[in-house]
Ligand binder design. Structure first.
Ligand SMILES: CC(C)(COP(=O)(O)OP(=O)(O)OC[C@H]1O[C@@H](n2cnc3c(N)ncnc32)[C@H](O)[C@@H]1OP(=O)(O)O)[C@@H](O)C(=O)NCCC(=O)NCCS
Length: 241
């Protein structure tokens, strides 16, 4: 499945526009086609990776990022868009005429997601498979307060673990630090089930932000955005309903 959609966010009398792109279970044939989306410089970098796992993650992450940017700017040739990596590995869009756009990328095997958004309105994204072994490891890093958030949720523990983890990763991308800061500073203060597969979280210390997590099949996708922004996700799409 491939999917791109624009997301409108309202804040007072201002409206901001971001775009979300997703690809999952990408076949070998589709991977080959997706290579055409790479810019020349990206292609050289892609060829230089020594493992197939890194090649695929780089390719699918760049592809989603380009689909999201192209969706906002109506760009036809994805290979015109060059996405570099900054000194902390954060993705940097190098495209004339759109200097204030940012992008956030995440990959998970042969799936990837990206969000393109205006610099004025910081965002982040993360995708992670729900897996018992990984979730047990994740939960060893949660605070005592976070462990109380499971109560009354009526959801599998591994799903909630993955939601909490992806919330922290998405925040760490907006902060550009990655998970190097100590995870307790990114403690989730609240986690609310909005409907069956859709959760909203807020942070104890980073109260400027909220997260929206969606359980999609065996994956969690978490979007980070400013807490007071009001977002209408497209409930009619395959992903969000
Ligand atoms: C950054 C981090 C949260 C990413 O999470 P992950 O589960 O490993 O990987 P994901 O697939 O979700 O995300 C990877 C993408 O995040 C983005 N990213 C990496 N570092 C980032 C940062 N500091 N800020 C914002 N985005 C970043 C990149 O786009 C990367 O994809 P790419 O390398 O193909 O461009 C995680 O790797 C981490 O905490 N790393 C520790 C920090 C680190 O190693 N820093 C090295 C440079 S000092």
């Amino acid at each position: 499945m491939e999917f791109t959609t624009n997301i409108e966010m309202k804040r007072g009398d201002k409206t901001f526009l971001s775009a979300f792109a997703f690809i999952e279970n990408c076949s070998k044939l589709r991977l080959k086609q997706v290579e055409l989306a790479l810019h020349d410089i990206e292609y050289q970098r892609y060829r230089s990776f020594s493992t197939d796992v890194r090649k695929v993650s780089f390719l699918l992450g760049r592809y989603c990022a380009k689909k999201a940017i192209a969706s906002l700017y109506n760009i036809k040739s994805l290979n015109q868009i060059y996405i570099d990596s900054g000194i902390f590995n954060q993705p940097i869009i190098k495209l004339p005429n759109i200097p204030n756009m940012r992008v956030s990328i995440s990959h998970d095997g042969v799936s990837a997601v990206a969000l393109a958004f205006p610099e004025e309105h910081p965002m982040g994204i993360d995708i992670e498979s729900i897996d018992d072994e990984k979730s047990s490891e994740m939960s060893t890093h949660f605070t005592a307060h976070e462990k109380t958030l499971y109560q009354g949720m009526n959801h599998a523990k591994n799903e909630i673990d993955t939601i909490l983890w992806t919330a922290k990763e998405s925040l760490s991308k907006a902060l550009k630090t990655g998970l190097t800061t100590g995870l307790e500073i990114m403690e989730l203060e609240t986690l609310e089930k909005v409907h069956q597969r859709y959760f909203r979280g807020t942070f104890t210390h980073f109260f400027q932000y909220q997260t929206i997590s969606i359980i999609h099949g065996n994956k969690v996708i978490t979007l980070l955005l400013p807490r007071k922004s009001i977002v209408e996700l497209d409930r009619n799409s395959n992903l969000f309903n």
